[in-house]
Design a protein around this ligand. Structure first.
Ligand code: PGA
Length: 251
């Protein structure tokens, strides 16, 4: 039985003060909930603060990005070993904003995925199609190519210690959510692709849905057979919303 999982991706939002309030409310609201893995991915400068505030809780802490390099002259980059030093447990790799705005290719994403694992950090690999690609009937080809690029580089075994997130680009931050059926169809496809290589790994792989998850749609999404929880952007900046979303994984 796969454990449900909800991660908040705060993106480039927050301040020292705001984060303390938000996180204190979230921690209070989630007290006693143990069946779901709940995590927060704050901006880098707040990782240590978030880690500290979460220290007596079950909450996990993730980074939103990671360098593919171990160390060296890479101004502005953060190595996986540094995240590991801070006690960070997860790192998002291949988020569509990184692919689109920073030109990250699937090849680079695969390197970041492997760098995370080498440092003991569980990568959350994001895949997803744009609206044009969906309209052109390319959803399957796009998401499978993004997934396969990492499988080809890291091997399917690497997915026994990774999380996959299906995030249709057209649903991110737009208020448009994939219907539970649309999302399930892609989740099933992704799991089937992994299952063709290892049934065991596919059966245990947590696949999260991301893209305008709210408390009004989380229930219907999270009850789909292959949806194991969510990667939540905007709604994770509101304690009540985030707590309500997490509660849907308990049912
Ligand atoms: P959103 O973002 O929930 O604001 O659509 C999701 C994500 O980008 O991970």
């Amino acid at each position: 039985m796969r454990q449900k999982m909800v991660f908040g991706n705060w993106k480039m939002h927050g301040s020292f003060e705001q984060i303390q309030h938000l996180l204190q409310d979230v921690i209070l609201g989630l007290a006693g909930e143990e069946s779901t893995v709940v995590g927060i991915c704050p901006p880098y400068p707040y990782l240590q603060l978030v880690k500290k505030l979460c220290s007596n809780t079950n909450m996990k802490v993730g980074a939103q990005n990671v360098s593919q390099h171990d160390s060296g002259a890479f101004t502005g980059e953060v190595a996986a070993s540094m995240l590991s030093d801070l006690g960070v447990n997860y790192a998002i790799v291949g988020h569509s904003e990184r692919r689109e705005l920073y030109g990250e290719t699937s090849d680079l994403v695969a390197k970041k995925f492997m760098a995370s694992q080498c440092a003991g950090i569980t990568p959350i690999l994001c895949v997803g199609e744009t609206l044009v690609q969906r309209d052109n009937g390319e959803t399957e080809a796009v998401v499978l190519a993004q997934l396969q690029a990492v499988i080809a580089a890291a091997g399917v075994e690497a997915f026994s210690n990774a999380v996959l997130a299906y995030e249709p680009v057209w649903a991110i931050g737009t208020g448009k959510t994939a219907t539970p059926e649309q999302a399930q169809e892609v989740h099933r496809l992704l799991r089937k692709h992994v299952a063709a290589l290892s049934e065991d790994i596919a059966a245990n792989l947590q696949i999260l849905y991301g893209g305008s998850v709210k408390d009004s749609n989380a229930g219907a999404l999270f009850t789909q057979a292959d949806i194991d929880g969510g990667l939540v952007g905007g709604a994770s900046l509101h304690a009540e919303q985030f707590i309500a979303i997490c509660a849907y994984t308990e049912s």
